[in-house]
Design a protein around this ligand. Sequence first.
Ligand code: KIV
Ligand code: ZN
Length: 387
Amino acid sequence: MAKDHVQIFDTTLRDGEQVPGCKLNTEQKLVIAERLDILGVDIIEAGFPVSSPGDFKSVEAIAKLVKNATVCGLTRSVENDIKVAAEALKHAVRPRIHTGIGTSDSHIKFKFNSNRDAIIERAVAAVKYAKGFVEDVEFYAEDAGRTDNEYLARVCEAVIKAGATVLNIPDTTGYCLPDEYGAKIKYLKENVKGIEKAVLSCHCHNDLGLATANSIAGAINGARQIECTINGIGERAGNTSLEEVVMIMKQHPNLNLDTGVNTKLLYSTSQMVQEHMGMFVQANKAVVGSNAFAHSSGIHQDGVIKNRETYEIMDPADVGVTESAIVLTARSGRAALAYRAKNVGYELTKLELDTIYPKFLEYADTKKEVVNEDIHVLMEQNNIKLS
Ligand code: KIV
Ligand code: ZN
């Protein structure tokens, strides 16, 4: 059975770049946008054009450069934002305007000092205005995660009628539990008149570490677009991580969902974004962290050396990592020492291994990690020659 395509909407250059210290210049944004297009994402959110002349220029340059992906610009439900975004996007092969407004009671009361009906009117007016510039209009119901489902359904119905083609249901504050977020998407699928004319989109923040789980719950319940960033960068604790959702769909064929992302480019893309943004990827980050395919305890190393699949559920080559790493530490066993010694040219006999292993442990206790040069020193000290 053919899998359902889940569109990948990358917002590294918009929600990701909003983070303090992550500022990129136009040149850097172009390099990243070009890579995202090659990676195979469906939509690139290039920026928030009205926010500054620099952002306008970047969105305009990305719109001219990108040939495959849809290029999207963010706006508030404000006519001038929409007009400026349309101008920035006018050279895009596939332009999209992403407009919206807060729909939770908290946003309606404190941000807008307004009421539910007036918010729907503003949402509808924004979508209609955007439709005057582009066919592809995405609407976001900001703080949808904390918006009551019945009202959210009313908002969605009204903006679909006004012409919205994608409905973004952001868990802006990262508050939802996966069951709750999945149920929200299901509720909208079942209760919004005209929903078959629009794509539901997940946009989850990671305040409680649930962004990826919530996005997958959304997709399982019928969303067909996921908004995410490389390395999960973004406001506060970040956004859904692109590499995680893509690999979850790849590694779980029973979900029957797939993406157009070339997973072999995930690691190098992660490194590229890390370098340009100066936001370092934590070592234990899923999929792209430096320890994601590294094994350091003796029990795990012994298993991986016998068969990689004992402790790895993904082939590192599938995400562009050349090979699994067997890291030598004081927790490593004989199998790991023999394996690493062999890699640098020493075929140890059983006797040699028995002799050198206790000395290796003593040495390893003094260091965080035993590297190749240390192996050579140990071998020389014990008169073991290269094979
Ligand atoms: O988190 C959010 O709600 C957003 C919207 C502006 C789409 O980033
Ligand atoms: Zn966001």
